[in-house]
Design a binder for this molecule. Structure first.
Ligand code: 5AD
Ligand code: SF4
Length: 443
């Protein structure tokens, strides 16, 4: 019987895609996917350290494996990803989870097969974490979760050092992939019937800054991907407001496959807090930027990330965030309670906000965000939307699910063989996070 693998992924889309690469490498080694974690011969955890919660969950989940490992010593347990890049975490794993066989980081992901072979040969634990990656490793095999929609890395790391954020420490400095590599990957995916790509990076619109020649920026890359034959849609995430160039806005306006969705994290509506976060823009500059995007792309779906309870955030600062949300009117916002990350500058700031105050603020923020999301979706009732059909809905297998160009999830009746097609759906009912509709016949 072939050996089987299972991967547990925490964190962002970058991590989801890294797990697809882990799966690709494991399959190249002869492993096949296990139907569940219980039947796996190798169990990998791809960790996240952006907030405290995913960290706690990891120690809980790997903690309970002690018994399984005692019953089946041949089981290989590995931990990789962002958390392992943080000082002290590897030691903590060694001390608290001694049944872990393998530890690796974000920069040496491509070394996974070699590290697993060493574990198989009897070396335990195998621990290898690199502080940085000397160069981008290309051609890692990848097992994509979907044949329809693909994540494609365009830039790794981040140079921004926002004072709350661990990413520059776990993922290193910005490194753009060469455009030829990106385009080759997109072309190959499209040639095999892929319909949609999401260009990935912690900071996609810093793309090209570090490439020799200064010929490429994010706007140019977007238009080049837009020209790939066979593809229906191009998406990207995440953008930084301070790195937006005119070429990005015009590419979104002119590229017919580039979807009208922008995820533009604002983090706070208070200039004082934005300054202390090191965000490099004021709330009014952000508002003006949104105006520029909306002028060029009138039906833009806009989403964001917001942190509440950053050190020193007063009630007045928080009120400024609520005002900004009311002004900008996001289609959706991911809201987070500030979580101190060891090694980041914000941990040294004074006036940490008490937990109950943070909770009360996030609750008030969510009320506003949800009300506006509902209002924005209500406005779509009766409209016709181009939907890329993904397949049967996870919530209701009798229905199909797909996304509008603005990235809104729509449920509608139809046969499963529509998966992969574009359909025109007339919206009948709106909730804050989902739409319901019916396919309009093409007669
Ligand atoms: N605490 C809370 N939220 C954070 N984020 C990043 N770091 C922290 C932190 N220390 C949020 C930001 C970012 C999103 C991915 O996670 O809003 O945009
Ligand atoms: Fe988490 Fe950031 Fe790593 Fe993504 S890059 S997995 S959000 S720590």
């Amino acid at each position: 019987m072939p050996l089987r693998y299972h991967i547990v992924t925490f964190g962002c889309q970058m991590n989801v895609h890294d797990s697809e690469k882990m799966a690709g490498m494991l399959e190249a080694m002869g492993y096949s996917p296990a139907p569940d974690a219980e039947s796996a011969d190798i169990l990998l955890f791809n960790t996240c350290s952006v907030r405290e919660n995913p960290e706690r969950r990891l120690f809980g989940q790997v903690g309970v494996l002690a018994r399984r490992k005692a019953q089946n010593p041949r089981l290989i347990i590995g931990i990789g990803g962002c958390m392992m890049q943080q000082p002290g975490e590897v030691e903590k794993v060694k001390n608290e989870l001694p049944w872990v066989d393998l530890v690796f980081g974000t920069h040496n992901l491509h070394r996974l097969p070699e590290l697993i072979r060493r574990v198989q040969a009897g070396e335990r634990p195998v621990i290898e974490v690199w502080q940085d990656s000397p160069e981008i490793v290309e051609n890692i095999p990848v097992h994509r979760q979907s044949s329809l929609s693909a994540f494609v890395d365009i830039i790794y790391g981040c140079n921004k050092f926002c004072t709350y954020c661990i990413v520059p420490f776990t993922r290193g400095r910005e490194k753009s992939r060469r455009p030829e590599e990106i385009l080759a990957e997109v072309r190959e995916f499209a040639a095999r019937g892929g319909r949609e790509v999401t260009l990935l990076g912690q900071n996609v619109n810093a793309y090209g800054k570090d490439l020799p020649g200064g010929q490429w920026d994010f706007g140019r890359l977007l238009l080049a991907v837009n020209d790939v034959e066979g593809l229906y849609r191009v998406r990207f995430t995440t953008s930084h407001p301070a790195d937006v160039q005119e070429s990005m806005i015009t590419a979104m306006r002119d590229g017919e496959k580039i979807c009208e969705h922008l995820h533009l994290p604002v983090q706070s509506g208070s200039d004082r807090v934005l300054r202390r976060m090191g965000r490099r823009y004021t709330a009014d500059q952000y508002r003006a930027l949104v105006e520029r995007f909306r002028e060029a792309i009138p039906d833009l779906t806009l989403t964001t990330d917001i942190i509440v309870g950053f050190p020193g955030e007063t009630e007045e600062d928080f009120a400024a965030t609520l005002r900004l949300v009311e002004d900008v009117r996001y289609d959706a916002a991911y809201t987070f309670i500030y979580s101190p990350r060891t090694g980041t500058a914000a941990t040294r700031l004074r006036d940490h906000v008490p937990e109950p105050v943070k909770k009360e603020r996030i609750y008030r923020l969510i009320q506003v965000v949800e009300r506006i999301a509902q209002e924005k979706n209500d406005a779509l009732v009766g409209s016709r939307q181009e939907v890329l059909v993904e397949g049967p809905s996870q919530h209701d297998p009798a229905m199909l699910a797909g996304r509008t160009r603005g990235n809104k999830l729509v449920h509608f009746p139809g046969p499963a063989q529509w998966a992969g097609n574009l359909k025109t759906v007339q919206i009948r009912e709106a909730h804050a996070h989902t739409l319901y509709g019916d396919v309009v016949s093409h007669a």
